[in-house]
Design a binder for this molecule. Structure first.
Ligand code: SAH
Ligand code: ZN
Ligand code: ZN
Ligand code: ZN
Ligand code: ZN
Length: 486
């Protein structure tokens, strides 16, 4: 048997291969696997293998199979048994029935086990007696993202929840644009806010929301038309029949019920598989609109990702543009909004919606550029030569007449490299530098200096990282290293 390859620490990277006709691939507990190909320096084709679409770390999912490998019947059966074993303990239907029972319990019986991350029914209390259990109030029950411990793993993968400021900005912007339905892909706190708003300010036409997430713990709190167990790296619905019906109902735009998708994938995630899933989503949406079947309209989408992925996102979605708005997160000290230093969040909105429709808040340091017709960071000065507001990172960039483009303020033009670079760049050796960062693919720094090697500073509840009942999938934040395309 070939030596099992660790696909997460290569210095060359792997590329995902999409085969013609989307041949089916073997399944791991996270649905169909992806076909990877090792990228080789000499440009030759590397050996291909199937590996998990969702997990970057072999500890979380160790599925591995060479593309040309013969798999015995016995192994196929063993694999199927293992996949079944890794299913959540309760089905979504059971979760819903449990939730109904839970909300009818008297206040002092409403308990949540922090260790197991599960809402408990009275007959289960004794089994969790030595766990850290909490009483849950009705309002806490409406904020599952606060109740559930954000998923973490040692490899810097985790769930990062929007600050209230960011989720309110997103929601108000979408309401302002006239959307009535938000497909929340990996955005549980936005989903939650939409539901809360509906309760607090009942309107004639409230915003609807459907959460698609791989974190099955959320199934404990939502009905079937509010949550689908979904993997955004392979567009896999774990409960295919039920979910697909819910999704179709949601995506079908009734009278003035405009849909928008908001996705906040794990940042280490592979751009191409994500783009592939979002295109499939858009295609489903298109087939459901009576009036659109003939034309090439795309579903309105917002993809939240760090700014240095811009070239790759735009390569996949040429109609997408990146906005200056800095998305910030509650449980990440490096991502907090600010004007200076590392506190500037590198996370942005990528969208196919007209950028001029996004009104970025002046009080947070954005201004309107009348020439570009969009809101930009106040330090992002319009360049008459480039004819754009060029800054990507919120700092003021300056124009280099030799490079004929605007560059970062810290860069200087280097005669021997014939381009602008950091003063201490490895001069004359531009090729290794082209590899960029292996953590996030940015060309601006190496892995050691990566701002996305996130450390967690969560104030949320709970202690341990194990679950006996719901078996949440622990680490989904990042996947296999991407190859740097440009
Ligand atoms: N900022 C968002 C959370 C982003 S963290 C918010 O505040 O709501 C990334 C989210 O994507 C998490 O909810 C995580 O559970 C989900 N996720 C991670 N991997 C996923 C996958 N493969 N498919 C679907 N959802 C995934
Ligand atoms: Zn897997
Ligand atoms: Zn417990
Ligand atoms: Zn310029
Ligand atoms: Zn230059």
């Amino acid at each position: 048997m070939p030596k099992r390859q660790r696909h997460n620490d290569s210095c060359l990277g792997y590329e995902v291969v999409f085969t013609e006709g989307n041949k089916s691939t073997p399944c791991c507990p996270h649905g169909p696997t992806l076909l990877f190909e090792k990228t080789r320096k000499d440009g030759e084709r590397g050996r291909r293998f199937f590996a998990c679409s969702a997990c970057r770390d072999r500890k979380d999912c160790n599925f591995f199979q060479w593309e040309d490998e013969k798999v015995s019947e016995a192994r196929v059966l063993a694999r199927e048994a293992e996949n079944r074993l890794k299913r959540p303990l309760f089905s979504q239907q059971q979760c819903i029935a449990r939730f109904r029972q839970f909300i009818s319990l008297p206040m002092d019986q409403k308990k949540f086990c922090g260790d197991c991350q599960t809402l408990l029914l009275p007959q289960e209390h004794s089994a969790h007696a030595c766990h850290s259990c909490l009483s849950v109030s009705a309002s806490e029950l409406r904020r599952p993202s606060m109740l559930l411990r954000p998923l973490v793993d040692k490899k810097s993968n985790a769930q990062y929840l929007f600050t209230e400021r960011t989720s309110r900005f997103l929601l108000e912007t979408l309401v302002g644009m006239g959307f009535h339905k938000v497909l929340c892909v990996g955005t549980p706190s936005l989903h939650e806010l939409i539901k809360l708003e509906k309760l607090e300010t009942p309107k004639s036409k409230p915003m609807k929301s459907l959460l698609l997430d791989i974190d099955f713990r959320y199934a404990q709190f939502y009905s079937q038309d509010e949550f689908c167990h979904y993997n955004m790296f392979n567009h896999h619905f774990f409960d295919s029949e039920g979910s697909s019906a819910e999704l179709q109902t949601f995506l079908r735009e009734g009278d003035g019920e405009k849909v928008v998708m908001v996705a906040d994938p794990p940042f280490g995630g592979l751009v191409r598989p994500l783009a592939n899933s979002f295109s499939l989503m858009s295609r489903t949406w298109r087939t459901l609109q009576k009036t659109l079947t003939e034309c090439n309209m795309d579903m309105p989408m917002i993809w939240i990702f760090p700014y240095f992925f811009e070239p790759r996102i735009v390569e996949c979605f040429p109609k997408f543009s990146m906005l200056d708005y800095q998305v910030d997160y509650d449980n990440h000290s490096l991502y907090k909004h600010g004007k200076t230093g590392r506190k500037q969040s590198p996370v942005r909105l990528f969208t196919n919606i007209n950028p001029s429709l996004f009104v970025l808040p002046k009080e947070e340091g954005y201004r309107f550029c009348a020439i570009c017709k969009r809101y930009v960071s106040s330090l992002n000065k319009h360049c008459a030569k480039c004819k754009v507001c060029p800054s990507k990172d919120g700092r003021q960039w300056r124009h280099c007449s030799l490079c004929e483009k605007c560059v970062k303020p810290s860069w200087r033009h280097c005669e021997s490299c014939s381009r602008c670079a950091l003063p201490d760049h490895p001069c004359g050796k531009s090729s290794p530098e082209k590899m960029g960062c292996f953590n996030c693919a940015s060309m601006d720094h190496k892995r050691n200096a990566c701002p996305l090697k996130r450390n967690r500073s969560s104030k949320r509840r709970g202690k341990k990282n194990v679950s006996a009942t719901c078996r949440p999938i622990k680490s989904k934040k990042t996947t296999i290293k991407q190859t740097v395309l440009k």
